[in-house]
Design a protein around this ligand. Structure first.
Ligand code: LUZ
Ligand code: MOS
Length: 753
């Protein structure tokens, strides 16, 4: 089953992959441009559309008044308009859209729109929002053991704050949609979304038509990273609104600048922690309060906040824990899903607490990390009793293969001999729960048709965003049916083929959709097996295997090919189509007591980062990152390796380089890719070594191949602490703020603090 291949790669690198904006446009297509608030908080006094309305080529300007249904796009909480009505709550909040015969005309006309607002107080800081009672959803606390009692008996207690910044998704393909009206039959929406059903549901609500009149179609999307889990919906709904109102096809593509201004990002967090240890460096108690910067509407923030709580203790067993999270309302664009979904923010605080403890106790953080790793039977603060844990196996590789002790000693010696250059080293263990934390989202369906010529078409709810899920689905169907890859075609993700989908998110897309697909394939096989047995006069079903487009009997080719079998089946009027379904077993969570078993399994691993800090200039480079990663029996090493590499570099960018700056009036200052820097080839560690943790038997994943999308991102947190350790090697008394990203400017200031 396991194969190293990416069926899309050739099309990507030769430019043949069709993205939304590459679709041939229908005759009569119109182009939309969204206009938005330039004030972070205010009352709209006057909107002057007159000049724009008469600009040559303008067909129509639509605002909240043109919405036939509800002006409401909130997913978890109904607190967000499609187009602002009386008030605006962030810079970039859509107010309306210009629809014109050309994209240029729409853009020019939009510049002529004048909006007068009366300013209201602006809040950008989550702690300030919290103090003023600005919450988007109720606060939550996970509690286990008796933290207060435990702290009273601790040998060492340390307290501090840790802040992590936001992160822009920088999907290569910006948000876009193309809507085609179908008269009485509703509307077809092409969209670049991770969540086709979210688009369908939201469009139905806003347009006031039932979901069965809305067909959502998704081909390849050019990156998502969470930014299109929920936030692809507004643009698709706007295009559909205009298409239905004007009965003409409407295309809406955000340019990069508009996308950066209008869409939400990873949530910045500001957090307080308190950690208690015994004489033996065992963590006895941990407490943290997370102030999540949710932005101006809830979007997915309550779910992101929940995942922060689930991952607050990372890979460690801590018997006494109290962690509380507040989802704070600020005047920034609503922040949203981003690879890791709050998990990274929670783990960063845990690692900061450990780092502070290590610094004050005069040991390397790894001495504390290694002593507190999870093992089977440990109960997490949310009640799940851990099994099939791999935290200690991963750590053993760090010590035995990556020679952690030798590395620490080499670096100690280097730092003794050099004054201008200092090296830092840090280890980042990761334990990430796999399943949507919202139990009811953990299900999927798939459709399989076998045609008369033996070719197979499959469709699932999975969206291909570059992560390789299409290849994995084709691999699975081909191997189950015993046909070759090129005999299987994967159809666009489409709400008329597969309904009521969960978004492609939570690292669970291949697991969920793959299992639904297996169900469908196995149903078809069950109908074919009796036929093959009769045809080949085989008594026992166990003697048959389907492989290489042929039926094998006791391991020998029988001469009965797949194509012949399919033709025989059709002649007997056998149904060669099937719908598969899957729901994740075992999982549940009781929010009233904040306990349960929310995850089917966990993914583990660890990364060792080393860096060199130039202590004259404050700049740094990563010498190496060594990773041990637990992907089980990977079904596709090429794809999974790409996910590990991409994830860890994206995490490194979040922690070191990517600096989202809003000023006090809520304006995004890092509003272009010239001022917002993401990692490039030169930022990547000079040495990148990734090892696979030996499979530890059955683990709960699809084909035993563990989810790999998000877990590696959190390796990036180690990059932060490697740099901090480099600074401390130069100046042991440096004032360290656990404030990510640790940019070169911050390093220079800390070196001489
Ligand atoms: N999306 C979501 C996610 O809706 N629920 C989740 O638990 C989740 N986890 C990771 C990434 N996206
Ligand atoms: Mo996501 S953060 O898995 O959309």
């Amino acid at each position: 089953m396991s194969q190293s291949l990416n069926l899309d790669a050739e099309y990507h690198v030769t430019g043949k992959t069709m993205y939304l904006d590459d679709l041939p446009e229908l005759h009569g297509t119109l182009y939309a441009k969204v206009f938005y608030s330039r004030t972070a908080h205010g009352r709209i006094r006057h909107t002057d559309l007159s000049e724009a309305a008469v600009y040559p080529g303008v067909t129509r300007i639509l605002t909240s008044r043109d919405i036939p249904g509800e002006n409401q796009i909130g997913g978890i909480i109904r607190d967000e308009t499609l187009f602002a009505e009386e008030e605006v709550h962030y810079i970039g909040q859509p107010i309306g859209m210009v629809v014109a015969e050309s994209s240029v005309a729409a853009h020019r006309a939009a510049e002529l729109i004048r909006i007068q607002t009366e300013s209201l107080p602006v809040i950008t800081d989550p702690r300030e929002a919290f103090q003023k009672g600005g919450l988007l959803s109720p606060s939550r606390t996970f509690l286990t053991g008796d933290p207060d009692g435990a702290f009273a008996g601790c040998a060492h207690i340390f307290e501090g704050t840790a802040d992590s910044g936001g992160q822009e998704h920088v999907y290569l393909e910006p948000q876009c949609a193309y809507a085609v009206p179908r008269g009485q039959s509703g509307v077809l929406i092409y969209t670049s979304t991770q969540g086709p059903t979210a688009v369908q549901r939201t469009a139905a609500r806003v347009l006031n038509i039932p979901m069965n009149l809305i067909e959502v179609d998704v081909g390849h999307i050019g990156g998502g990273f969470g930014g299109k889990e929920d936030q692809a919906s507004p643009w698709a709904v706007m295009a559909a609104l205009a298409a239905v109102a004007l009965q003409r096809p409407v295309k809406l593509v955000l340019d990069r600048k508009d996308d950066l201004q209008m869409t939400g990002k990873r949530h910045p967090y500001s957090s307080d922690y308190k950690i208690g240890l015994d004489h033996d460096l065992k963590i006895v108690a941990y407490q943290a309060t997370f102030f999540q910067n949710g932005g101006a509407a809830a979007d997915l923030s309550p779910a992101v906040m929940e995942r922060t709580l689930f991952h607050a203790t990372n890979s460690y067993f801590i018997p006494n824990v109290r962690v509380t999270a507040h989802c704070c309302k600020t005047n920034l664009p609503p922040n949203t899903a981003f690879r890791g979904f709050g998990g990274p923010q929670g783990m960063f605080v845990m690692e900061a607490a450990i780092h502070q403890a290590a610094r004050e106790l005069g040991v390397h953080a790894s001495s504390i990390q290694g002593k507190n790793l999870l093992q089977d039977g440990d109960e997490m603060p949310y009640g799940q009793v851990m099994d099939r844990t791999r935290a200690r196996d991963s750590w053993a590789v760090v010590r035995e293969n990556f020679l952690l002790d030798n590395r620490l000693e080499e670096i100690r010696q280097f730092n003794q001999t050099r004054k201008d250059l200092k090296k830092g080293i840090a280890v980042m263990p990761v334990c990430f729960g796999i399943s949507f934390t919202n139990t009811q989202m953990n299900h999927a369906r798939a459709l399989v048709h076998v045609y008369g010529d033996g070719s197979v078409a499959i469709s699932t709810g999975a969206v291909e965003m570059g992560q390789g899920v299409n290849t994995k689905m084709i691999q699975a169907a081909a191997s189950l049916l015993g046909v070759s890859h090129n005999q299987v075609h994967l159809l666009n993700t489409n709400t008329t083929r597969v309904a009521n989908t969960s978004p492609s998110a939570a690292s669970a897309t291949a697991d969920l959709n793959g299992r639904a697909l297996s169900d469908a394939c196995l149903q078809i096989l069950e109908r074919l097996i009796p036929l093959a047995r009769a045809e080949l006069k085989v008594a026992n079903e166990a003697e048959l295997t389907f492989k290489m487009n042929e039926v094998f009997v006791n391991g020998q080719p029988s001469g009965l090919t797949w194509n012949t079998l399919v033709q025989l089946a059709l002649a007997r009027r056998i149904n060669l189509s099937a719908k598969g379904h899957y729901l994740t077993p075992q999982i549940y969570f009781d929010k009233s007591i904040e306990k349960g078993h929310p995850f089917l399994y966990h993914a583990y691993g660890a990364a060792v980062w080393t860096c060199t800090v130039d202590c004259l200039r404050g700049i740094y480079e990563f010498d190496a990152v060594q990773v041990i990663h637990d992907w089980g029996d990977t079904m596709n090493p090429a794809i999974d390796l790409g996910q590990v590499e991409g994830g860890l570099v994206q995490g490194m960018g979040w922690m070191t380089l990517e600096n989202l700056v809003y000023n006090e009036s809520g304006a995004l200052k890092s509003s272009s890719l010239a001022t917002y820097k993401i990692p490039d080839l030169y930022s990547v560690p000079k040495k990148l070594e990734i090892q696979a943790l030996e499979s530890g038997g059955v683990n709960g994943a699809f084909f035993n191949s563990k989810a790999v999308g998000e877990p590696p991102l959190m390796y990036g947190i180690g990059a932060f602490f490697a740099v901090i350790n480099g600074i401390l090697a130069f100046n042991p008394h440096a004032k360290i703020d656990y404030s990510a990203p640790v940019t070169h400017e911050k390093v220079l200031l800390a070196l001489y603090s």
